[in-house]
Design a protein around this ligand. Structure first.
Ligand code: NOJ
Length: 748
């Protein structure tokens, strides 16, 4: 009794005080971690800083010994409730201090119930639905012993060539921040100690999506204003949502690899943001400092990563092999080691791992729960974006007498799961073909895949596909990319629809039958021609386990599409990078000032093209703007009003607009708010998203949508400081980044 009172008093004393390492211990978990740290040997501390992949171990005995001896604090890719319990038992009962392991795995867009790729989820503009998707993913993953996942991936990118665009939330910092917060909250749940809560990991910190040329792992150069105003925004949102861990990235940033970058890891993450979780490296990114030409050998690499504040090394063993000698050589300090271990232990305490280290082996029965599948279907439906719908081609009536279902993605159960999906199973996928057959009955569906897979260049099935189209009332062509064409290490220089899919589509168009193209891909493809020859186009990304029923719901009008593009769609790779919040330039082009390459006469004088900022062949606009997406119904915007014409730097203004559903169906509209800061101390974007609302408006009804703009929302980093500047602002409320009702206000 006396003893526990003493512990309580010590704990209370430690809360809110500084420990000897200089880290401020602010929580009960922190003080428990501090006490544990005081008992640890250097070897045990090094063990906590090491995460090993299961493939590292030659045999189970080697693994058990490593855990028993406290040589690794975390395992990667070791799953299964019983297995995890068995190895955890060794950690808890047979290691000297009984420190539990934390088991990590990538659960990027669902575990067994797979949701659309994150880029698709971002297209739903529905953070609540996304949060629920990640809650489901965490619930399923936790039943397998996973306690930490390397999600959310929140790298902003302007480059659809980059394969990992699929894993992120697109180009916009505001939308990506909303998604980042939702994902973290979904993964970590309401209480960190809940058995279904996992630690989330904000990755890849930072700038990885700005990889030169869209080639994965490539160098990045990002100015500090772009870093702070764009790239860091979703990471800050994840931090504010309570994310427990960050992952340092593979890329070098302005000459310094991000896994050894003191500016981003120490200055920004720890000093400015006060992040108190821990940082894990990406897979081998510590030893890759050598290939970057930033470290001479593994010892040097370990020193540089530790000095920058990477607490745990993933997969490689440079920490394990070198920390002792680095301490002897005074290349790192004991305080740095203690701080890293304290960060890691505090997270383990916060997750309740010490008090409740084991998995309920019954929990895995919830995999693929019908409610989970239903939500996967909902999110897949909400993520699909209607890009074209001439002559109300869609929705089709279920009474239609026959449809031709054609294309390599119509019945591709693995492809629809998308990239970076280890635990989803193709046999659980419901494909579009299956869903349409179920809805209409087998007899009404004339199916010919036409191509065996997306890159197939054989025209052998073209005639059969054309024949199927001719005998049907409408054609639904499922085009796109196989899952393997996007994701890590899977960048493309061309971003067209691969193989001879477009050729087949052109043949089908010649039949004159209503042609509906559904694109299932891991990136925004350059689809100008396909968009031109199709009557209707639905962009469905890789939609996950329930992509088929979700698409059937939309195609046959059970619901109207409501997704909006989370990235600008370019006309071709020559327009990359293109993002809607670009600066204006000194010579912005206009419709009048653009000269098309084919209209230039041979005798043209030097100055006649006007010297404006455009491409002779592409013009100056993209194929489709950020935020674009149609519905089966129509929405009309009117009555924009502002609560004031000006505000001071601590004030706010309310913006209202009326949105009427003027079409023939109920529908959801994503109402978007953009602003422009007309003149700044550095040049400012032509538009920036500052708010959005997803609202359901019944047919014939009207909604008044209200946004509040705080002056603080207009702040930006100008190279020296972050501030809201006085001056004139434009505001738009509209259906995408290119259209909207316009107003103005002043910040004084
Ligand atoms: C490398 C990837 O970049 C990262 O996103 C992932 O979490 C790790 N491998 C672990 O699989």
């Amino acid at each position: 009794m006396k003893h526990s009172l003493a512990i309580l008093l010590v704990s209370l004393f430690l809360i809110g005080t500084s420990c000897k390492t200089g880290v401020t211990v602010q929580s009960e978990e922190g003080s428990r971690a501090e006490k544990m740290l005081a008992q640890m040997t250097l070897d045990e501390k090094i063990g906590q800083m090491s995460q090993l992949d299961i493939g590292y171990f030659r045999d189970p005995e080697q693994l058990k010994n490593a855990v028993r001896e406290g040589r690794c604090g975390s395992l990667l890719n070791f799953i299964g409730a019983e297995q995890v319990n068995a190895i955890q038992k060794i950690a808890v009962e047979e290691s000297r201090l009984g420190i539990p392991l934390i088991i990590g795995r990538d659960v990027i867009h669902g575990y067994r119930t797979v949701f659309p790729i994150p880029l698709g989820m971002a297209a739903s503009w529905n953070p609540e639905a996304v949060k629920k998707a990640y809650r489901i993913a965490a619930t399923e993953a936790s039943s397998q012993g996973i306690k930490w996942t390397f999600a959310p991936m929140i790298d902003i990118t302007w480059d659809p060539r980059w394969g990992r665009i699929a894993e992120g939330c697109g180009e916009d910092p505001y939308l990506a921040s909303a998604m980042a917060a939702a994902m973290v909250k979904g993964i970590q749940g309401d209480s960190l100690t809940d058995p279904t809560s996992l630690a989330a990991c904000a990755k890849h910190y930072v700038g990885y999506g700005f990889t030169e040329g869209g080639r994965d792992y490539n160098t990045t150069y990002i100015t500090e204003p772009v870093l702070r105003n764009v790239v860091l925004k979703p990471f800050k949102a994840a931090k504010d949502a309570g994310v427990l861990t960050f992952m340092s990235a593979f890329n070098d940033l302005n000459g310094v690899p991000t896994s050894a970058n003191e500016f981003t890891l120490k200055q920004i993450l720890r000093n400015e943001w006060k992040f108190d979780g821990f940082v894990v490296s990406d897979w081998g990114s510590v030893v890759e400092l050598i290939s970057h030409g930033y470290a001479v050998d593994e010892r040097d690499a370990a020193a540089k990563a530790i000095n920058a504040g990477v607490d745990m090394e993933m997969a490689s063993t440079s920490y394990f092999d070198n920390i002792k000698i680095l301490l002897e050589e005074n290349k790192i300090t004991q305080a740095q080691i203690d701080e890293a271990v304290l960060n890691i232990l505090t997270v383990k305490y916060r997750l309740g791992l010490f008090d409740n280290p084991y998995i309920n082996t019954e929990a895995e029965k919830i995999l693929l729960d019908p409610a989970f599948l239903e939500h996967s279907r909902t999110v897949a439906r909400e993520s699909a974006v209607l890009l074209k719908n001439d002559s109300k081609t869609l929705p089709l009536k279920t009474e239609i007498s026959s449809v031709a279902v054609i294309g390599p993605l119509a019945d591709a159960p693995r492809d629809q799961l998308g990239t970076w999906c280890f635990d989803g199973r193709p046999e659980n996928s419901v494909t579009p073909l299956k869903a349409i057959r179920e809805l209409l009955g087998e007899k009404k569906v004339n199916y010919v895949s036409g191509l065996r897979y997306s890159r197939d260049k054989s025209t052998a099935q073209f005639n059969a596909a054309i024949a199927a189209a001719k005998k049907s009332d409408a054609i639904i062509f499922f085009a796109g990319e196989e899952w393997i064409l996007s994701g890590e290490g899977q960048s493309r220089a061309e971003i067209d629809i691969p193989g001879v899919q477009s050729e087949l589509l052109a043949e089908l168009a010649k039949t004159g039958k209503p042609l509906i193209t559904v694109i299932m891909a891991g990136r925004p493809l350059a689809i100008g021609e396909e968009l031109g020859i199709s009557d209707a186009v639905l962009y469905a990304w890789h939609g996950g386990t329930m992509a088929g029923p979700a698409l059937a719901d939309l195609i046959f009008g059970k619901e109207s599409p409501s997704g909006k593009l989370p990235v600008t769609f370019v006309k071709g790779p020559g327009q990359i990078p293109y993002y809607y919040y670009h600066n204006n330039t000194g010579r912005p082009a206009t419709t009048q000032s653009w000269t098309h390459i084919d209209s230039i006469s041979v005798e043209n004088p030097q100055s006649s093209l006007g010297y404006k900022s455009f491409w002779l062949d592409y013009g100056y606009t993209p194929l489709l703007p950020f935020g674009f997406g149609l519905s089966y119904t129509t929405f009309e915007y009117s009555d924009l009003s502002l609560s004031a014409v000006s505000m001071n730097k601590t004030g706010s203004i309310t913006v209202k607009a009326t949105v009427a559903n003027t079409g023939e169906m109920d529908g959801v509209e994503v109402v978007q708010l953009y602003v422009r800061d007309r003149v700044g101390s550095i040049t400012r974007p032509v538009k920036e998203l500052k708010g959005f609302r997803r609202i359901n408006i019944l047919r014939g009804e009207t909604a008044v949508v209200e946004f509040t703009i705080d002056a603080a929302d207009l702040a930006f980093f100008n190279g020296k400081e972050t501030l809201t500047e006085a001056g004139q602002f434009d505001v738009w409320v509209g259906t995408n980044s290119d259209e909207g009702l316009h107003g103005e206000f002043i910040v004084e």
